[in-house]
Design a binder for this molecule. Structure first.
Ligand code: UT7
Length: 348
């Protein structure tokens, strides 16, 4: 029996960094960023990934009407963990008040949430766990070099989460397709952060970012299209059987090209990158949560999710939604207040 999403939630840090703000610190403009990417603003976090993930997780648990101790596994998809040892999933587990679940991080770049969804589905289908929390949380602002305009304008911070439990009435993860193109890995890479670091020469300067936007763009459209078609085939469905496409939110032009290639009507393709930029592993669960908040998902709908990111990873999943499209309850968890502006945060 496949696993279905029974709870969902998001957490966006409050500090908003607009394109005009960016134009005060680098040679860019609102016109360039909006016309080339669709992005108008993004969030900058004053807290770490565990805190962002914790709030989104509490909201997902409340939406499902479940208590933290009922969670059997916490999977955190992130490329910006607070710590490597111990994993940041265990920190989220502690913050939500769960003792005893399995907890692990996965790093599949922007595809992390969909990879996590497939893993959670496997854990539930094989009876290892009955309830799995998948969190996608990122604080990418940590890595960004604010003097590098081609990449710094694209990314933002945030978190989203989903609780998965055994599916009922045919609802659940119907199929997934996951892959990676390692030969093109250097198109999106931070080459000097990790145990490869030469600590004797580390001066705390900006990270060595490799970023080939056009190469990623080309591969993203093709990769998400191929994965989506393959996941649909595995699910025994056609594009027209899906009510919505919830794609990774990197660039509006990528989303539009993908939508056209898949022949999805534009009004059935969800976007929110205008407000948040690319939040990597957090984009899909944030977009899913907002699709539900906006009433775009109906009981029994088939949804197609797809993503592409560092690796270069690619992923797609087809889900059949259950009966409930509104939260059982709302959580009270909130981030601590932020006293600083987004510009103050990044300049610090
Ligand atoms: O999820 C995976 C993560 N990856 C991505 O999100 C990246 C996907 N790629 C993209 O979104 C696009 O390729 C970009 C938005 C990164 C770039 O768009 P583009 O249309 O491919 O622009 P370009 O790289 O061809 O640059 C065009 C011009 C260049 O100037 P010249 O050489 O034509 O004089 C750039 O230097 O735009 C310049 N440029 C900028 N100008 C103002 C690059 N970044 C900026 C900027 N503001 N922020």
């Amino acid at each position: 029996m496949p696993a279905m999403i029974t709870g969902w939630g998001k957490c966006l840090p409050p500090a908003v960094l607009t394109n005009d703000d960016l134009a005060t610190i680098m040679d860019t403009s609102d016109e360039w960023i909006t016309s080339r990417t669709g992005i108008r603003e993004r969030r900058v976090s004053h807290v770490g990934v565990a805190d962002l993930g914790y709030v989104s997780a509490m909201r997902a648990l409340a939406a499902a009407g479940r208590e933290p101790e009922q969670v059997g596994a916490v999977i955190l998809a992130t490329a910006s963990p607070d710590l490597l040892i111990p994993n940041t999933a265990s920190r989220i587990q502690k913050l939500i008040g769960n003792d005893g679940a399995s907890a692990f991080d996965i790093n599949a770049g922007c595809c992390g949430f969909i990879y996590g969804l497939a893993l959670a589905n496997g854990l539930i289908e094989t009876g290892v766990h009955e309830s799995v929390l998948v969190v996608g949380a990122e604080r990418l602002s940590f890595y960004l070099d604010w003097s590098t305009r081609d990449s710094a304008v694209l990314f933002g911070d945030g978190a989203g989460a989903a609780l998965l439990e055994p599916g009922v009435g045919g609802a659940g993860v119907l199929a997934a397709d996951l892959g990676c193109e390692p030969g093109a890995g250097e198109a999106l890479m931070i080459a000097n952060f990790g145990t490869v670091m030469d600590l004797s020469s580390w001066d705390g300067g900006p990270f060595d970012q490799r970023f080939d936007g056009q190469e990623i763009f080309r591969r993203a459209v093709r990769g998400m299209h191929e994965c989506s078609m393959s996941a649909l085939k595995r699910a025994g469905l056609e594009i027209n059987d899906c009510s919505m496409l919830i794609p990774h939110q990197a660039n509006l032009r990528i989303v539009e090209s993908l939508g056209k290639r898949l022949r999805f009507d534009a009004d059935r393709v969800f976007t929110n990158l205008q407000r948040y930029g690319n939040t990597s592993a957090a984009t899909v669960p944030i977009a899913l949560t907002e699709s539900l908040e906006e009433g775009l998902i109906k009981p029994g709908d088939n949804l197609l999710m797809t993503a592409f990111g560092a690796g270069l990873t690619r992923a797609a999943a087809v889900l059949r939604w259950g009966e409930r499209t509104t939260p059982v309850a709302n959580a009270t968890a909130e981030l601590p207040p932020c006293e600083k502006s987004a510009l103050d945060l990044i300049q610090a």
